[in-house]
Write a protein of this length. Structure first.
Length: 136
């Protein structure tokens, strides 16, 4: 007797909107890194080649450090992911996308987790906060 597993496929429309929301969050981090104070934290706090991923379910967006800024990686680029930020639920992703919540708030509420070194996660969260502070 063979064992079969019931694999539920995700709706393509839902997958499209999740990917768009993740890209918006990634672009927000890229623009937050343009601030001078955030750029200094990136340049001196992270290793030379640093890439990380923001994930929700099976969708993800990868960012890489380039000098003192972040940029979104192309699909063809290969780099070791040193930090993975996992967003717990769709409401958290929506709040993050619309700017109603920050990475700090999601982490404090337990709606976000990370895999990697704590100092890298705190630096990325600090860069996001610094960018939000400078855009006001």
């Amino acid at each position: 007797m063979t064992k079969t597993t019931n694999v539920k496929k995700q709706c393509p429309i839902r997958r499209f909107f999740i990917k768009r929301a993740l890209l918006k969050v990634g672009k927000g981090l890229c623009s937050a890194s343009a601030c001078d104070a955030a750029g200094d934290r990136i340049l001196y706090g992270l290793p030379g080649v640093f890439s990380f991923a923001i994930r929700f379910g099976d969708a993800s967006v990868r960012l890489i450090k380039e000098a003192n800024r972040f940029r979104i990686m192309e699909k063809s680029e290969i780099s070791d992911i040193l930090l993975c930020i996992d967003i717990g639920d769709a409401a958290a992703l929506s709040d993050l996308k619309r700017g109603k919540a920050t990475l700090q708030e999601l982490l404090a509420e337990g709606r976000m987790e990370f895999v990697g070194k704590t100092k890298y996660a705190t630096l990325v969260i600090g860069v996001a906060a610094e960018g939000a502070r400078s855009s006001r």
